[in-house]
Design a protein around this ligand. Structure first.
Ligand SMILES: Nc1ncnc2c1ncn2[C@@H]1O[C@H](COP(=O)(O)OP(=O)(O)OP(=O)(O)O)[C@@H](O)[C@H]1O
Ligand SMILES: [Mg+2]
Length: 1040
């Protein structure tokens, strides 16, 4: 809570601060007043607000101190935010340019101008850093971003120097293209360099230095390195470094910068060997500077620093004596013949300096090439990035007015004239022309068109450069003064050209005899003609070139090409070269959408907080800022083609959304009416709408921004609807395909099944017809099926017990097998049954089997007896008298039962016990054994009645006198008793079952008869004729 409040307070403080003066000069009340303009700059500068807009042009005042406005958070703050919404910043311009590139797909360029020390290079570095940090990137591109950033310190080390105006002044012009792919990722870069101030290599004005790299090497290089390069640490020992008498600069740490450069070189693709070669060249320039000459008696020259020269030759990788010769002689070709002539002292010195400049200058160009190789768009990316766009950054020397202005200043200021022309071309003139073509009422703004000055300098045959070239080429005695005279002759009448001779009295005093004055758009500059011809010629003796061609240092052999020596054609003069490269640059810039950063230097002392009004006014003037503002104010801040405007803002008006079908101008008109634009706020041209105030546009932009979610929603909804419909259609089609496939398959399956079924039925019918035939193809299926069905059916209906006699009826072909199976099954069941049977039960069963053999179907009571178990004995042990047991002795009673014995005569019933031992049976009357019946004597067997009665007769042998005749007995368990007895006596076949009556022996020769009849009650009694009559009561038939 607290934090956010603090932040809010801070932010509002910041915006309040931002509001010092006006953020955009367009909003300045008194826009025609230069004083008001400068006052606004000053007020903002005092609050460290260094950036202010003029429309879309950014004015930046060098603060000469570190401001806390370049952090990553600040970058984020400006990212994707509308240009005017937030306080002016170099990041806002960078972001705006980037977005314009992406949305409009048009190449962009940012032109940074301003005088030396105004902060151009710093601005360009900030822009690059902004892109490196905020643009989308990937690993590969991160390397590229790194290279882009790292190329800066290297280029600065070799191309920047301390001047009086700027401790880190760029002594070359730089145009850098950053290439972006369609995603907005930086994918490549390319640098064009312009006119390095080579003269600095051999000479520096007082208080200035040579290029940084020399000092960095001496200060930062370790001892070993200096020894190999044969260098000493003190820069004062090198003539090329002492001219300005300023070896150290407090604001610069050469040592640290050396480290930075050494780290950066490998990043931008330098091998160790290349670095070494590069350092050799740097050292060789220093040694070259220390090469001294002596004058011979005949005006010839010789080298006085012999040892230095051999080291120098070693470092340059050339032959020592050839180098010596080339430094003191020149080669001439006269009438096709080569001649060598010695140089005089001055010539030798200038040949040496020319070599130093050439070596350094060409090495610098090589360095830029090398960096370009490392930034080059890789082949594969190039092909995939047809949609790539470019943002160009131009950081080129600003307008320069020194105490003594020479050829370099002439070129630099010419360049600025060209840039001003471009600016006029692209903004002022094109703006006014646009109003005209659009038919917008418009008061013309007066501006100075500097074309006249450009023409003065560059016109073919008549321009200063042409004259200079001519003068250089002219045979005969030429010198700088003759060049000046020639100028006076040719362009003397030009209103922007003055010399001492041409000037009137007042001006004459400020233009010396060796000078000419140009009235530049930005002010007057006197140029001293001394050195113009030499510098333009930029001559290097041919024999020096030849020596350098042979260098075994790859960098040098790359820089000095053999073709150059062979080619007799004169190379282009320096000024013409520069002119041509500027033409190309203008072409490049013309093809792009420009943005401007106008840098202003607040004071000459490089001090923070000091605002030198005179100095600033001068810059405001030559940067054309007032004109710029006037045009902006008179004109319209914003213009757009109707279709573009309508396309962008149509969602803001129901009539134009989503599509306007009428004329474009009516659409725009409807739209702005709906938005409530006032008449003075806008004008409709023929094809464009012009909006006067930025504010109007911001409001519209804000409205659009607020509307965006709604539009997004609509788009989303319709897109989703479309997508869902498409998805649904896709699914539907898929369903139909699957369905038809599936149906087809099902139908095919069904048809197949039907076919198979028909075939089966046919085979069945055929098989049925042939069923009685032998097994043959016609009936095999049928018969097999019948068999199979039978067996399958049999398996499920096998009898579960031995008593179950059911068995499925087999088909004719299986009768035999069926029978086998039946038997097998039965046996199997029996075996299983038998395995389960206990000995007790077995005995029981055996007895039952015997009973069955004897009685089955013979005696009425038999079926009932089957279910009743035979007992081991019917008498308990206690029921048998002990005496009887004792009498029997070792013959154990196996079975005992109570019976009734009928006397043979009279048939008196007497209760008895019948006891069976293993070999005989006894009839016992309580304690007495009444009769013993040996089994072996039961010869004539046992007789039983066929009814359900309990009568049985044991037939005794008649011849045995000891026996009392047959025993007539009655027992309710007759079947059990008889079975046991028969089994013990082993006389089962001796049991006779007699229906009707039993005959028995009463005594020898005397027979008794037992008659059986069915009656209503059980009765055993003496009947007629002395027969024993047994009447069987059906109701009591349960006895056995
Ligand atoms: N935005 C800034 N913040 C802080 N210091 C700055 C800024 N811009 C410039 N400076 C200071 O001003 C010095 C000069 O700036 P810079 O080198 O960019 O000038 P320049 O316009 O490139 O000059 P030249 O034309 O000589 O190359 C810098 O070294 C730095 O100290
Ligand atoms: Mg610079």
């Amino acid at each position: 809570m607290k934090h956010s409040r603090v932040r809010l307070v801070m932010e509002s403080a910041l915006t309040a601060r931002d509001r010092v003066g006006v953020q955009d000069f367009v909003l300045l009340e008194n826009y025609n007043s230069e004083a008001a303009f400068i006052e606004n700059l000053r007020r903002r500068f005092r609050e460290n607000l260094i950036y202010t807009y003029i429309g879309s042009v950014l004015v930046s005042v060098n603060p000469y101190k570190e401001l806390e406005i370049y952090s990553k958070q600040q970058m984020e703050r400006y990212r994707g935010v509308s240009f005017y919404e937030i306080s002016p910043h170099i990041y806002a311009l960078s972001d705006n340019t980037y977005r314009a590139m992406r949305t409009e797909r048009k190449d962009q360029c940012i032109l940074i101008s301003g005088e030396s020390g105004a902060g151009k290079t710093e601005a360009s570095k900030k822009i690059l850093l902004y892109y490196a940090v905020t643009c989308p990137t990937n690993d590969h591109m991160a390397i590229l971003g790194d290279r882009l950033l790292q190329s800066n310190p290297v280029l600065e080390a070799f191309g920047n120097a301390k001047t009086l105006r700027n401790d880190n002044s760029s002594r070359f012009g730089k145009y850098m293209d950053v290439q972006f792919d369609f995603r907005g990722t930086p994918v490549g870069g390319h640098i064009l360099n312009y006119l390095l101030e080579k003269s600095r290599v051999v000479h520096q004005n007082h208080g200035e230095r040579n290029f940084h790299i020399f000092y960095q090497l001496l200060d930062g290089g370790d001892d070993d390195l200096l020894i190999t390069l044969d260098l000493e640490r003190n820069p004062q020992n090198y003539r090329y470094l002492v001219k300005g008498n300023c070896p150290r600069v407090s604001s610069i740490s050469d040592k640290n910068n050396w480290k930075v450069v050494m780290k950066a070189l490998p990043v931008i693709g330098f091998t160790e060997e290349e670095v070494q070669k590069l350092l050799n060249i740097i050292a060789s320039v220093l040694h070259l500077g220390n090469t001294q000459f002596g004058e011979g008696e005949e005006g010839d020259t010789y080298i006085t620093t012999e040892t230095q020269t051999s080291n120098l030759a070693k470092l340059l990788g050339v032959d020592g004596s050839a180098l010596r010769e080339a430094l003191t002689h020149k080669k001439l070709t006269a009438k096709g013949e080569e001649m060598i002539s010695p140089l005089n002292y001055e010539q030798a010195v200038s040949a040496r300096d020319a070599l130093a400049k050439a070596v350094y200058g060409r090495t610098f160009t090589w360095l830029v090439e090398k960096i370009n190789q490392s930034l080059a768009l890789k082949e594969e990316i190039y092909h995939s990035s047809k949609d790539s766009s470019v943002i160009g950054l131009l950081d080129i020397y600003g307008f320069e007015v020194l105490q003594q202005n020479s050829f370099e200043q002439f070129c630099i200021n010419y360049c600025n004239e060209k840039l001003q022309q471009l600016f006029i071309e692209l903004t002022l003139r094109s703006e006014q022309e646009e109003y005209e073509t659009e038919g917008i009422a418009w008061e013309t703004v007066q501006y100075f068109d500097n074309k006249i000055i450009c023409d003065l300098i560059e016109e073919k045959h008549k321009g200063i450069i042409s004259i200079l070239d001519e003068e250089c080429l002219r045979p005969g005695e030429t010198c700088d003064v003759s060049f000046l005279e020639k100028l006076e002759d040719t362009v003397g009448s030009h209103p922007h050209f003055i010399t001492h001779k041409l000037a009137n009295g007042k001006t004459r005093r400020v233009v010396s005899r060796e000078e000419f004055r140009l009235l530049h758009y930005a002010g007057e500059v006197n140029y001293n003609v001394n050195g113009f011809l030499d510098k333009n010629n930029d001559l290097l003796n041919r024999n020096l070139k030849e020596v350098m061609c042979q260098s075994d240092n790859q960098i040098l052999s790359h820089c000095f090409r053999r073709e150059e020596v062979i080619d007799q054609k004169r190379p282009e003069m320096a000024a013409t070269q520069f002119k041509n490269s500027l033409m190309k640059l203008m072409e490049i810039l013309m093809s792009k959408e420009p943005s401007y950063v106008r840098c202003i230097k607040p004071n000459d002392a490089k001090q923070p907080g000091r605002f030198d009004e005179v100095l600033v006014r001068h810059q405001v003037k030559y940067l054309g800022l007032m004109e710029n503002l006037r045009v902006r104010r008179a004109g319209f801040a914003y213009r757009r083609r109707f279709e573009a405007f309508l396309q962008r803002y149509k969602p803001l008006c129901p009539e134009t959304w989503p599509n306007w079908h009428g004329r474009l101008v009516d659409g725009v008109s409807t739209l702005v009416n709906h938005l409530g634009y006032k008449a003075e706020e806008y004008k409709l041209g023929r094809s464009k709408i012009f909006i006067r105030f930025p504010k109007t546009l911001f409001t519209t932009e804000d409205a659009l921004e607020a509307k965006k979610p709604e539009i997004a929603l609509t788009l989303q909804t319709s897109w989703r609807g479309y997508r869902e419909r498409a998805k649904y259609q896709r699914i539907r089609r898929a369903v139909i395909v699957i369905q038809s496939g599936w149906r087809g398959m099902k139908a095919r399956r069904r048809a197949k099944r039907r076919r198979q079924a028909a075939e089966l039925i046919r085979r069945f019918i055929k098989g049925f017809i042939y069923r009685h035939e032998e097994y043959c193809p016609e009936n095999e299926y049928f018969l097999d099926h019948v068999r199979y069905s039978f067996l399958k059916n049999l398996r499920q209906n096998l009898p579960k017990s031995v008593l179950d006699k059911s068995w499925p009826t087999p088909p004719p072909s299986l009768v035999e097998a069926s029978e086998h199976l039946r038997r097998l099954h039965m046996r199997n069941m029996v075996i299983k049954y038998c395995r389960r049977v206990q000995p007790e039960w077995k005995k029981q069963m055996m007895q039952k089997v015997v009973a069955s053999e004897i009685f089955k179907d013979q005696k009425d009571s038999y079926p009932l007896s089957v279910g009743r178990l035979f007992l081991d004995s019917r008498l308990e042990r206690e029921q048998i008298n002990l005496k009887v047991i004792q009498t029997l002795g070792s013959d154990k009673v196996q079975y005992g039962v109570s019976v009734i014995k009928y006397d043979r005569r009279g048939f008196k019933p007497r209760p008895r016990q019948l006891l069976l031992t293993n070999t005989f049976a006894v009839l016992v009357d309580r304690t007495k054994i009444k009769q013993r019946i040996d089994y072996f004597s039961l010869e004539t067997g046992i007789s039983v009645g066929s009814l359900s009665d309990g009568m049985f007769v044991l037939h005794m042998p008649t011849e045995d006198n000891k026996q009392k005749g047959d025993a007539v007995l009655h027992c309710s368990h007759v079947i059990e008793v008889v079975t046991k007895l028969a089994m013990m006596a082993n006389k089962t076949s001796y049991v006779n079952i007699n229906p009707g009556s039993i005959r028995f022996t009463v005594a020898r020769g005397k027979e008794g008869i037992i008659d059986f009849i069915r009656g209503s009650e059980l009765k055993v009694a003496k009947g007629k004729r002395g027969h024993l009559l047994v009447c069987f009561d059906i109701k009591n038939s349960s006895t056995s």
